[in-house]
Design a protein around this ligand. Sequence first.
Ligand code: GAP
Length: 513
Amino acid sequence: MEERESLKKIVSHSKEYGFVIPSSEIYEGLNAVYDYAHNGVLLKNNIRDYWWKSMVQINQNIIGVDSAIFMHPKTWIASGHVEAFNDPLIDNKDSKKRYRADVLLENYIEKQKNKIDKEVLKAKKRYGDKFDENEFINTNQRVQELNTRIKSTNKRMVDGFKKNNLKEIENLINELEIKCPVSGTSNWTEVRQFNLMFKTNLGASSDSNMELFLRPETAQGIFLNYLTLQKTSRMKIPFGIAQTGKAFRNEIVARQFIFRMREFEQMEMQFFIKPGTQEQWYKEWKDKRMKWHLSLGFEEKKYRFHDHEKLSHYADAASDIEFNFPFGFKELEGIHSRTDFDLKSHEKLSGKKIQYFDTDKNESYTPYVIETSIGLDRMFLSVLSNAYFNETLEDGSSRVVLKIPKQIAPIKLAVLPLLKKDGLLEIAKELINEFSSEVNLSYDEKDAIGRRYRRQDAIGTPYCVTIDHQTLEDNTFTLRDRDSMEQKRINNKDLKNIIEKELTLNSLLNNLK
Ligand code: GAP
């Protein structure tokens, strides 16, 4: 039997097995800041590599950039972040806890939706085969009341934020009697806006000092370089520019492990298109990104789209790919139709022409942009929570196993000599020497073989290779599969084949084409 584990278990497993550790731990740590240990770095690099290659390597019309974290402060005026990159915050006076007002309201709406699901489930049980779900939803009084409540709350919330009417948001929270989960009271402060950008200073002396922001998204580095990159690569529209790198946000509520951090990494791609074609490209990139997630082989039902009603200042359409984390469905990636907002704003503030010259039509225009934006750390958490299993085996014993897709597993192969004598160590080392330039391997000679297998299961190593006395005779070794735990005898050539076919990114990338 397999049992899904909670976030708490994933957090402690991550620490124990060298994936993610609290930052500055010897000084009691730093809230919502984490470091990646050896296995964590390897997994993170593999995910990033897969994303990068799926963008830049297999698409001939997507190029890469690595722009600086420090950018001219005017960048953030033009992008709208100085003015609008705010979270509406509200404090509970009794618990002194701070919340995002929009999150309180969205959670309230989610609760009403759960109530509808429960009503439907109850009725399904009562009516059995005769049950017509659509008819029930359209006619049941309680369900209709809940639906009306959802619609009116959503409308008031969206209108309130659109008009920046924070008093209306505060009234809504009070009228709905939303309670603080800690104190259980509705004793709220007023709602205030809080800018999420971190400030820092460039320059040594006070007169040459320039106040900068740490970038809250990598996308602006792409917009600022758009024209130079387009010209130097001689790209024609439609084309994309991809970038991975750190971003920083002073999140009001940073929690749920590496889901919401103050320093995190993004993988973003801006796809430049002809105005008027945005609907088609938006759909295309939504499909492509969902395909990318599903290519890793996890259950389809763990992913869903959530189309936005409350749009960011730059977007005319936006959708999230949500993943069912241990704490419920939450945003994993955003796909945004960003119009020409950014390029036009930078053109205006810098006074430099930032356009595309269509040589076929002999005309210039400001391209529209479809953006795909995913947090690497969030992707890492989705892989871990998908992969973590606590299994009870046939003999009654149990094991914790990370069923990470083989192609992105941190360690691909463990080489295990059965004994430390009779020349088995030497053969193991030769094997490592032969394959270590192709994949990350680990070597373990300590403890009984069963315990060594368990250690590899816990870090998600797809295959263990055991060297034993038969190896001395016929040059074969045992290959043990992480998921099925089956064992078979293979030789060097077979291993080479398995590495090429199953353990590199090639098979994943081929499926995307
Ligand atoms: N350039 C668009 C942009 O930044 P976003 O929806 O604010 O859009 C994109 O962020 C992605 O970045 C999110 O879907 C999420 O995966 C990741 N992300 C955002 N804030 C994060 C945080 N505080 N910690 C970890 N990941 C975060």
